[in-house]
Design a protein around this ligand. Structure first.
Ligand code: 13P
Ligand code: ZN
Length: 273
């Protein structure tokens, strides 16, 4: 069975995990995974007759001929586990690197997530930046981080510092910091280009008043990054609310440098005083 193949099983589990965290109301959020060649071969016996090509409005040379597992547009991540064939699918990218076609799943006329252009461009830049190591792009509607985008200046510096200071593990988990995309219409090529521009530098990009995009080499690390950032945002919001808008003390820049030294990570110096 398709769902016994580890790449597919891990994908389905991540959808369920995100649902259980409360990050995927209705059809909110989406997930894509760039398959390894051997995983494509494991899945190939289950492929259906390929359907028509669909142009994406974005293009990437380094993703020509790749295969992605993707959630469907308008599909509820809550339902993925019970009915993968209708809620997720596998798409193949054409030789020009600008179109997809469904080779498995997304039954009954479903299509890949409306954020596929953003996922695709993020895959392209993260693949290039990590020598092919990064394979997962994940978008979720994380409530505490979204709340932060109403009360904090929409800069990478403000968000990174607030998140780093909100839990001691944060600078170790995302030493590069997070980027911030201002409010934009979701689902198209413009937000895809703006997000992937930030993904050249960061593993994570906040979408103001909308949610978060994260990237990683596998499901665990990528889910863990989403979880760590959202939990830090929760701690920040709890502290700022309980403190009546004031924070009495926090992790200092010297503390941050000490953590980085101890854990052998290089903090993005742009964000330190
Ligand atoms: P899709 O249902 O098309 O994946 O859209 C959900 C979403 O979160 C849009 O940003
Ligand atoms: Zn969204």
């Amino acid at each position: 069975m398709m769902t016994e193949i580890p790449a597919v099983r891990g994908f389905v589990r991540m959808c369920t995990d995100g649902w259980e965290q409360g990050w995927h109301e209705r059809n909110g959020g989406n997930l894509t995974y760039r398959m390894k060649p051997e995983e494509v071969e494991q899945c190939r016996p289950f492929f259906t007759a390929p359907r028509e090509w669909n142009s994406m409005g974005v293009q990437a040379d380094n993703l020509k001929g790749e295969y992605f597992i993707t959630t469907g547009s308008g599909k509820f991540l809550r339902n993925v586990q019970d009915d993968p064939e209708h809620n997720i699918g596998i798409v193949e990218i054409n030789d020009a690197g600008d179109s997809w076609r469904i080779v498995w799943g997304l039954e009954n006329g479903a299509r890949p997530t409306s954020e596929f252009p953003s996922h695709f461009m993020n895959h392209s830049v993260r693949k290039a930046a990590t020598n092919g190591a990064y394979r997962v792009i994940y978008h979720a509607h994380t409530p505490n981080l979204i709340a932060m985008t109403y009360i904090m200046p929409l800069t990478a510096r403000d968000f990174t510092r607030a998140l780093w200071q909100s839990a001691t593990e944060c600078p170790v988990v995302f030493p590069g910091g997070v980027g911030v995309v201002p409010w934009m219409v979701p689902g198209g090529a413009d937000i895809a280009m703006a997000t992937s521009e930030l993904m050249k530098k960061y593993d994570a990009a906040v979408w103001a008043h909308h949610g978060l995009f994260v990237s990683g080499p596998d499901y665990d690390i990528t889910f863990g990054l989403m979880h760590t950032i959202e939990k830090a945002a929760q701690i920040y919001m709890l502290a700022i609310t309980a403190g009546g808008g004031k924070i009495r003390q926090t992790i200092t820049d010297d503390n941050l440098r000490a953590i980085a030294k101890e854990f052998g990570v290089e903090l993005n110096e742009e964000f330190l005083n």
